[in-house]
Design a protein around this ligand. Sequence first.
Ligand code: 13P
Length: 249
Amino acid sequence: MRRKLVAGNWKMHGLRAQLPEVEAIAAAAAAAPAVDVALCVPFTLIHPAAQVAGGLPIGAQDLHEADQGAHTGCISAPMLVEEGATLTIVGHSERRGDQHETSHDAYMKAAAAHRHGLGVILCCGELEAERAAGRAERIVQSQIEKSLPDDADPSWLTLAYEPRWAIGTGKTPTPDEIASMHAILRAKLRMMIGEAKADGMRILYGGSGAGGNAAHILALDNVDGALVGGASLTAEKFIPIIEGAASVS
Ligand code: 13P
């Protein structure tokens, strides 16, 4: 039985003035013991958020594949761990788009995170033009082939399917499209890491997830949680998603 995971991705949002939101989200998470909740905040908020988060896991949104070195402006897994992060996102489509990151980069970053004991949310997802061209499935499968860590295991790795065109747009795939892609991902995982591990691995949906559609999406087969952007920025918007996950758990 896979527990639902609701993870917030604050992206480049949040100053210390928003720490009360972290506290309120942590309190709501504590009140929903059937669901796992995590918050991936900007690097600058990891330490202060971890201090007010109680048991709520605080994560990063990216990291460099090396532990240290001449990489101006980058951050490494040991640095994240020292600040109090317990997980990180890798391969987010905004990193792929804005920073030209590849699936191989995501593979290297996931390995670096795991070396230092961080949990990893590994993202995949197609562009709108790729879906329109009927290539969505192949693109997502290829991303997983190139980015899935060699020692992928549900104890530390979670997948997230985030179609690029659904992120921050208010558009979502149909329930059938989501269920179909998640089934394809599950089948791909089974082929790559075997049934037992594949069946234990959580596959989150991300893209315009909000209180209104959360419970419906989270109830779909093979949807084991949500990776939430805009609606995770305030407790007011994020708590209904946590409650929606709890209602289908
Ligand atoms: P939105 O929920 O704002 O569409 O963002 C989704 C996302 O990219 C989470 O990583």
